[in-house]
Design a protein around this ligand. Structure first.
Ligand code: GDP
Length: 332
């Protein structure tokens, strides 16, 4: 559990270069090494959700899920950097700064299994309502990895989808049929546990496709992603029933579904290695340009989606109770 002081990956509070923030990754759900179970770290969860800036505020939870070693934590660390800068023009100005936050590593061994949250909340005002919310970041590790059991994978993905207001489904190169089948299976698992059988159970879903190569078919970004998504999720006459059922289920489960196509970040990032610590000078320009576009798409106050369950706005305090009851259902 990452709440132990020794395990904390802490960012020093700094205002240098316009960056202001601190915090560390806190493990709230942990997969057990043997037996296929998992456990909730209630104290860790309370530490994040009962923080004075969160406890009575509506929450916005941004979660990233998908197979391991596909750049989820790398992306989350850029989200942190974006959120910790008050000036949008500044956040990518330092080319030498190492990327810190949620741990990210090269290699093929998953180093965390479960759900992590960043300890530092970000208070923002939603422009059209004037409402002050607390934004929190969530990293989901171990779902889809071969070391975890199907039940663990399903539980981790299901829980993170139930808790988040936007689930970012991080995929490499393209959206494949088995990615959609996983999504169908895991969201069905979540839907049954949450008891919302008649209404849309979840909020936003974003397919984030990394290393997009098929530029002849669709351009990078939001609009290329939208066209690509339409072609992938199309339900049409004469389609095999199994394929239509999967697509209809996905449409049914989410209020809003989007897709963003990201360029390859360059070989220094892909290969990783000891001397690479995430500095911008080693990342391809195209990728950096798309980070600049992607971050406000997800994190600008205009685009934030407040967490709701059964139509009710959820505060930090309420979310603690929901997490406890969801976990009990999955453990039963
Ligand atoms: P996670 O397990 O999904 O959280 O993956 P990490 O964020 O720890 O990254 C795993 C490896 O992928 C690291 O070596 C990163 O440098 C590399 N990486 C990060 N983003 C990308 C990307 O967009 N494309 C490629 N090919 N590699 C990436």
């Amino acid at each position: 559990m990452a709440t132990n002081a020794d395990d904390r990956v802490e960012i020093a509070r700094t205002e240098e270069g316009g960056r202001k923030g601190g915090g560390y990754a806190v493990q709230i759900v942990e997969g057990e090494e043997t037996g296929g179970g998992f456990k909730l770290n209630l104290e860790a969860l309370k530490q994040v959700l009962l923080h004075p800036d969160v406890v009575n505020r509506p929450v916005v939870i941004v979660s990233v899920a998908g197979a391991f070693r596909k750049g989820k934590s790398f992306l989350l660390d850029f989200m942190l950097r974006y959120l910790q800068h008050s000036d949008e023009s500044e956040w990518l100005s330092n080319k030498e700064e190492s990327l810190v936050g949620f741990s990210w590593k090269s290699g093929s061994r998953p180093d965390t299994n479960g759900i992590l949250m960043w300890s530092e909340p970000f208070v923002r005002t939603i422009p059209h309502t004037g409402e002050e919310i607390a934004l929190l970041l969530m990293d989901t590790q171990g779902a889809f990895d071969t070391r975890s059991t199907v039940k663990q994978n399903a539980t981790i993905f299901a829980l993170s989808t139930m808790l988040s207001s936007i689930q970012i489904y991080n995929l490499m190169s393209q959206i494949q049929e088995n990615d959609l089948q996983h999504l169908q299976l895991f969201t069905e698992y979540a839907r049954l546990a949450s008891d919302y059988l008649s209404e849309k159970p979840f909020q936003s879903l974003m397919f984030l496709v990394r290393d997009w190569y098929h530029l002849g078919d669709n351009k990078y970004g939001d609009s290329g992603g939208g066209e690509y998504l339409q072609s992938v999720l199309e339900v049409h006459y004469g389609q095999q029933e199994e394929l239509s059922v999967t697509r209809k289920h996905i449409y049914f489960c989410f209020d809003d579904i989007r897709c963003y196509l990201m360029p390859h970040p360059g070989m220094k990032v892909a290969v990783g290695g000891k001397e690479f610590s995430g500095q911008l000078k080693h990342i391809d320009e195209d990728f950096v340009d798309h980070l600049k576009q992607l971050m406000p798409t997800i994190l600008d106050p205009v685009n934030l989606v407040v967490k709701k369950i059964s139509g009710n706005v959820i505060t930090g305090k309420k979310l603690v109770h929901y997490v406890e009851s969801y976990v009990k259902i999955f453990q039963a």
